[in-house]
Design a binder for this molecule. Sequence first.
Ligand SMILES: C[S@@+](CC[C@H](N)C(=O)[O-])C[C@H]1O[C@@H](n2cnc3c(N)ncnc32)[C@H](O)[C@@H]1O
Length: 174
Amino acid sequence: MTRVAVLRIGHRPERDQRVTTHVGLTARAFGADGMYLAATDHGVVHSITDVVERWGGSFFCQDKIKWRHCIQNWKDNRGIVVHLTMYGLNLLDVIEEIKQEDKILIIVGAEKVPGEVFGLADYNVAITSQPHSEISSLAIFLDHLFSGKELKNKYPDAKIRIIPSKEGKLTEEL
Ligand SMILES: C[S@@+](CC[C@H](N)C(=O)[O-])C[C@H]1O[C@@H](n2cnc3c(N)ncnc32)[C@H](O)[C@@H]1O
């Protein structure tokens, strides 16, 4: 079951490919189950799928998503929607409440997020009330959501893994 997913909106294929790929990789590395991309960009899907095949786990990435439909569908399946925005409530004031939920859709924007999203979200959450980035806000949100436990996650069916070492780069092909 998909418990935590990211919905990336406002992606412009000609400018945002790298950042959106990093949103997906961050979502995967910090414990989310998958990313819905509200745009058509096979390049992003391909890059992320490539990482999953090599580094393991079952993270999904789907493009061509209609964001209104995705939000409605998530809510219909008893999920809650968290929109990350610097205008929202401070993370530390709401995270304990959000942790009680079973299904969480996290929305991150690119440039300007449509006003409607603020109303559709169950929580508008600020990771500080300062402007920064969708990547940093997503990483901090997920780390608080999972209380840091995701930092030790294992990724089944990997073809390669890193052997943590004090110096140099140690990897193992599996
Ligand atoms: C480059 S910012 C766009 C900022 C834009 N001015 C806006 O209307 O939110 C892209 C995304 O980063 C995330 N973001 C940036 N700063 C944030 C913060 N302090 N707290 C939570 N999310 C943030 C939001 O998801 C935002 O849509």
